[in-house]
Write a protein that binds this ligand. Structure first.
Ligand code: SF4
Length: 275
C-alpha cells in the first residue's frame, strides 16, 4: 500500500508460462516459481495500483518464440516488455540466426494482424523496442541516452547502496554512494562525475554514431556493455541486432497504422483511442 500511495512502480520478472518460466527461474531445490510469481501479482492487484505494475520478460535461447510469449503475456492483461538476456553464457544466448528468424516470424504475424485491421490484438502484443520506435517517429523525438540511469533515475538497494541502474546492484560499477554513509550532496556529486566521465551520449559512441537508428535507440545499454565487454561504452552486437530488428518492425507497423490510431503512441495522449 505504501508503495502505491508514494508513486512507486513495480516491475515483476516472469519469463513465460509455467513450462518456460520454471525452466529458467527456479529455487535452489529446483522448484518452479511461476505460480508463486502469479500469486504475488494477484496480491499486488488487490490494491489500487493504477497501471503501475508491469512484467519484464528475459528472452533466452530457451524461451525465444515471440508469438507464443506475446500471446501468453497479452492474456495476463498487464503491460510487459521483452529484453534480451545479458550474459556471456552461450547456452542462454540465442544466436543471431535464431533471433532473426523469431523476430521475422513475429513480424509477419503482427503485420498480418494490422493489415487485417485486428488492431486490438496487435496492440496487445506490441512491446518494448517496437513501441519505442513508433513513439519516437510519431513524436519526432530524439534519444541521446539509452535510459534515464544516472540522469533521471537512481536506485537504492535494501543495504542503502545507490546505483545508477537496478541491474548493477551488487557490482562496484555504477555505485555512487550509500544513503546511510554519504550525504545527499556527495551522492549527487559522484553521479555527476560518473556521468560526465563515463556515460557518453550516442553521438560520441564509436559503435553508434553512424547508425540509422541512433536517435530511436540512444546507444548501448551501460549494463550490457559492462557485462559483455567490461567497458562502459561498447555495443553488445547481439543486443544491437535484437533492437534494430524490432525498431524496423515498429517502423513498418507505423506505416500500416491508420492516422487516427497513431495517436495511441503519443507521449502526451493520456486517453488512448478505444479500438
Ligand atoms: S541500434 Fe545498435 S548501433 Fe544503433 S544506436 Fe543502438 S546500440 Fe548503437
Amino acid at each position: 500500500m505504501f508503495c502505491f500511495c508514494n508513486d512507486f512502480s513495480v516491475m515483476v520478472s516472469l519469463d513465460g508460462d509455467q513450462l518456460y518460466n520454471d525452466k529458467l527461474r527456479h529455487t535452489k531445490t529446483g522448484k518452479g516459481t511461476h505460480n508463486t510469481i502469479l500469486n504475488g501479482i494477484k496480491n499486488l492487484l488487490l490494491y489500487n495500483t493504477n497501471g503501475r505494475i508491469s512484467i519484464r520478460v528475459t528472452l533466452t535461447s530457451i524461451n525465444n518464440d515471440l508469438i507464443e510469449l506475446t500471446g501468453y503475456f497479452s492474456s495476463l492483461d498487464l503491460p510487459f516488455t521483452i529484453q534480451l538476456v545479458t550474459t556471456n553464457d552461450a547456452k542462454l544466448r540465442p544466436t543471431f540466426e535464431e533471433l532473426s528468424s523469431e523476430i521475422d516470424d513475429f513480424g509477419k504475424y503482427i503485420i498480418d494482424l494490422v493489415k487485417n485491421k485486428n488492431y486490438k490484438e496487435a496492440f496487445k502484443r506490441m512491446f518494448g523496442w517496437v513501441n519505442l520506435a513508433i513513439t519516437a517517429v510519431h513524436g519526432k523525438s530524439k534519444r541521446f541516452y539509452p535510459c534515464g540511469g544516472g540522469r533521471k533515475v537512481l536506485v537504492v538497494n535494501p543495504m542503502g547502496d545507490v546505483y545508477i541502474c537496478h541491474r548493477m546492484d551488487g557490482s562496484n560499477s555504477g555505485k555512487v554512494g550509500n544513503i546511510f554513509e554519504d550525504a545527499r550532496e556527495e551522492i549527487i556529486k559522484n553521479t555527476r562525475e560518473l556521468f560526465s566521465e563515463k556515460l557518453y551520449a550516442v553521438d560520441r559512441l564509436q559503435d553508434c554514431s553512424n547508425c540509422w537508428a541512433k536517435y530511436i535507440c540512444g546507444g548501448r545499454c551501460y549494463h550490457e556493455s559492462l557485462i559483455t565487454t567490461n567497458e562502459w561504452n561498447t555495443v553488445d552486437k547481439l543486443s544491437c541486432h535484437f533492437k534494430k530488428k524490432l525498431f524496423e518492425l515498429g517502423l513498418v507497423l507505423y506505416a500500416y497504422l491508420p492516422d487516427e490510431l497513431r495517436d495511441n503512441f503519443s507521449k502526451t495522449n493520456k486517453s488512448k483511442v478505444i479500438l
